[in-house]
Write a protein of this length. Structure first.
Length: 219
């Protein structure tokens, strides 16, 4: 099943890469640092790595990143916004996650993830989302574990060093940089709203009244 799912994902990525243009120009992606990984790589992230720099940092493929952002937006559009839970323990991910939740009408948990939030109905913070979005499977390990235990789909931003064995859909990106996280969550929110607008069949032109700066954490 895992191999079949991976083959389907690769087919979707291929279709997306054939489309003209990207969500933002390539130089804008590069300027935000979304492609700059770590000095470690895992086997499951190898296919998303473009090359290694002389200093040992692995660089992620922005074309694959762009394609998977499109797919993730379509996937998330299948869920009611209020049933989407977005999590970030990382400091620079907390404001982007909060903004994403505000714009989408989704739920967010930033900072410490209280054990039992998804699994213990007696917990004061108990929540029953339909899908979970993680900023980093490593730092959001408790949320990942509880998401797996409840059986809900897991979408995660994954860097070159992340293990992805329990992630249902990977968005390859620098998941620790301030500008990188702002850019990814801004794009995901924009494309998710665009997809919902398309499905609603609205004749009005789609507009998104937020800039990437609105999603960026303060230094």
């Amino acid at each position: 099943m895992a191999q079949e799912r991976e083959n389907e994902e690769e087919a979707e990525e291929g279709k997306e890469k054939e489309k003209e243009g990207m969500l933002i120009p390539g130089p804008d992606y590069l300027a935000s640092g979304v492609h700059i990984g770590t000095q470690q790589k895992t086997g499951s992230m190898k296919r998303f790595i473009y090359q290694a720099r002389p200093d040992g940092l692995y660089l992620l493929d922005i074309e694959l990143m762009d394609a998977r952002l499109r797919i993730a937006a379509r996937f998330l559009a299948n869920y009611e916004p209020s049933s989407i839970l977005v999590v970030s323990a990382r400091e620079y991910g907390q404001h982007p996650v909060s903004m994403f939740a505000k714009v989408m009408g989704a739920k967010s948990i930033v900072g410490r993830f209280i054990p039992g939030t998804l699994t213990n109905p007696k917990c004061n913070f108990f929540s029953e989302p339909s899908i979970l979005v993680l900023t980093d499977p490593m730092t959001d390990a408790q949320a990942l574990l509880e998401g797996v235990n409840t059986g809900i789909p897991l979408v995660a931003l994954c860097d070159s060093n992340n293990s992805t064995s329990n992630v249902d859909f990977i968005i390859p990106t620098n998941n620790h940089g301030r500008k990188a996280l702002a850019t990814i969550y801004w794009l995901l929110a924009r494309e998710l709203l665009r997809e919902r607008h398309r499905r609603e069949g609205s004749k009005e032109e789609f507009t998104f009244n937020y800039d990437v700066d609105d999603f960026e954490s303060e230094v």
